[in-house]
Design a protein around this ligand. Sequence first.
Ligand code: SAM
Length: 364
Amino acid sequence: MALNEESAEKRKSARLVIFELANMISVPMSLNAIVRLKVADAIWQGGSNAPLSASQILQRIASTGSDPENLQRILRMLTSYGVFEEHLTIESSPLDGSASARKYSLTEVGKTLVTDTEGLSYAPYVLQHHQDALMKAWPLVHEAVLDPTTEPFVKANGEPAYDYYGKQPEMNELMLKAMSGVSVPFMEAMLDGYDGFKGVERLVDVGGSAGDCLRMILKKHPGVRQGINFDLPEVVAKAPIIPGVTNVGGDMFKSIPDGDAIFMKWILTTWTDNECKLIMENCYKALPVGGKLIACEPVLPKDSDDSHRTRALLEGDIFVMTIYRAKGKHRTEEEFKQLGQSVGFSHFRAFYVDYFYTVLEFQK
Ligand SMILES: C[S@@+](CC[C@H](N)C(=O)[O-])C[C@H]1O[C@@H](n2cnc3c(N)ncnc32)[C@H](O)[C@@H]1O
């Protein structure tokens, strides 16, 4: 191929990539639509994953007047992102006697949206990410660059996300469900691949939400006799009663209950370096010498690439910047290590037991 032909080809593909990127909003919005319509549950009804056409799916979920063609458009597009598998079949058509019909089953990705497997669904997480208050913040991402003192969520809604959720019982409840759905599969992987709870009797979960992480740790490690689920008062007020777990309401920036070890999952990421230091200092004070802070956080790779893992972590980083703290962030392993050292933790280890979260162990 001549040089100028080659660069013309490159320009054509570049324009295509921009089309893809600019229209990409269709992807999360359609995913949200699929969850709202409970499409995964409809396909999975009775535990079967037999391929269904859009009309058959709608017969299971929707009221009269719904449009199978529009549903099929969404299913096709999400098939290209690996959420559904498309099956082309030849079926009789009233027009010419035969036509190809598209049917859809769930891939492993699609199955994560089924809501009848208790506690394992990612559906609430998808819904939680697309609530109106969050959607209002997204057009303001550029503001996080121009003025990082106030995150886009605050600009759009007048107050920080956790304060806002606290005043909206429905948002709070959805947040609890979203966290449970995401926590359970990770905790299973973590408890298989990490054994740092040996010898711990009293374990505090900082920002423990509904207490799912503690429930699973106590089940796997009966030596942990006392679990303290520590979170904001309005959150623990909604947390279920779990045998062996005491719900304690408070503010981690003020003080943290004492424990042999402290666990936290998905906490440091949403705060600035100085706020992280304050939380970690309070952990340090609450631990005995030799005690461990076990933090599970998304950890950014040093290099950038286009793998699913790197993209999920980098996209999550922009989510944090937009919704929680303009200077809260996904960090590299080295940045976490330095945060720990700055508040006095003498040992640090990282365990890569999952693709999204890494276990970070800080020892006093
Ligand atoms: C992203 S969620 C993580 C929940 C849970 N650790 C999990 O991974 O499933 C962050 C949690 O931190 C809690 N949180 C926020 N500010 C807090 C504070 N000042 N003190 C204690 N908990 C707080 C929130 O209520 C929420 O439950």
